[in-house]
Design a protein around this ligand. Sequence first.
Ligand SMILES: Cc1ncc(COP(=O)(O)O)c(C=O)c1O
Length: 484
Amino acid sequence: MERLIFEYSRAGRRAHTLPDAPSVDFGWPERQALRLPEVSEIDVVRHYTRLSRQNYGVDNGFYPLGSCTMKYNPKVNEKFAEKFAGRNPQEADSANQDLLSKLYATERMLCQVFGYARFTLQPAAGAHGEFTGLLIIRAYHRDRGDARRTKILVPDAAHGTNPASCTLAGFQQVSIKSLQGGVDIADLKKHLDDTVAGLMLTNPNTLGLFEKNILQIADLVHTAGGLLYYDGANANATMGIAKPAAMGFDVCHINLHKTFSTPHGGGGPGAGPVGVSAALVPYLPCPVLDFAPEDGGHYYFNYALPKSIGQVHSFYGNVGVLLKAYAYLRIQGSAGLKKASALAVLNANYLKARLQKVYDIPYPRYCQHEFVISVQNFKKQYGVTAADIAKRLMDYGYHPPTVYFPLIVPECLMLEPTETEAKEELDAFCDALLQIAEEVRTNPALVKSAPHSTIIGRPDEVRAVKEPDLNYFNSLGVFSAYTR
Ligand SMILES: Cc1ncc(COP(=O)(O)O)c(C=O)c1O
């Protein structure tokens, strides 16, 4: 069991040997009487280096989470964003013209890629973008005196944030059935009436399938007076290939931390910009970032939007993240984005083709950037579940994929390789999954008791989330909540 830094502490041990009054100014902080562990410098370095090795990220290895694109973030993006790290958002717009020009250019590039009139860069995540977009839809209907529209239709394959955002934005969410991996048009028609404010859809959807009937769906919803919301979390499959605006979506969010290669996960900042068609521009959150061409031109935050839904983030969002996306967009260009999406789709189809010889793929047609496996047959025959297979993958050195999502597929694993993985990496991952399938048949107990190589094996996941026991001084029981 890993020891905490406090357990290395020995009275009087110190992390540095600087004199009390050094002749060189090391920028050392004032000495303070804090209750800190007393350890040597090498203890600290080794402790945190050890801990960092216990973490798993896309920089360590393959990270096949489905519906949650975890793609490699080129380090040049970080370098670029660092240049602006010292800026203060309280400064006058005139002092930040170079920074504002980058944000403005980011908005224009997103408009070009997705086909919208304008984007707000304020929302901090996909779910925050959904909330913002739904408030815009609500403002639009209310402004037209159509306050009866209180329902948002959401397919049953949708990501959990979709129904949650509907509720948060004051709508009633109504679930629409899926049929053969797409929207069940007959069920959709049953629900379309003058109380429907809109439909939320992910395309490609969470099964990794492109909604072939999207133009018919858009027509039906618009004819009923509703608007279409595009959950762009899966846009990594379609950059430069299919624009949501052309599919009929009036509002869209995209997850910069997925599609445009800014870091994701670990609770770090993200960005979920929201794009709108021309008719919805007046309702965008204020401020919007505008450009005045007079006197050589300048960028400024415009608060004069009487119909705006209001500000949804302090200042103008997570600017560091936006700058990384700017760098990614500029470096890729339109050809690079298109190629990234094409490779993401190719890699997913390659994995699917190799695995379908052994695993059950419930929707076997060509997939987009991700696809779903069901191991229901393993469960019936050998008692091995999707969670067991995910755990066993850790013994092979892989981060497990998404499990049990989407909810409409029993015992599912959802795989998304992304565009940056080479064929050898994909093959090694397939080999591991095929080997595990063999183990299921020959030694199911081995898979059911996995992982065998990690510090913690099968924590009580619900309890670890609901009752995290993270306070060393109170509990004195290291990781006790997770292992009890
Ligand atoms: C399809 C889909 N929609 C929405 C979201 C929510 O995005 P975020 O995690 O940035 O809030 C996700 C996240 O995984 C997703 O996969």
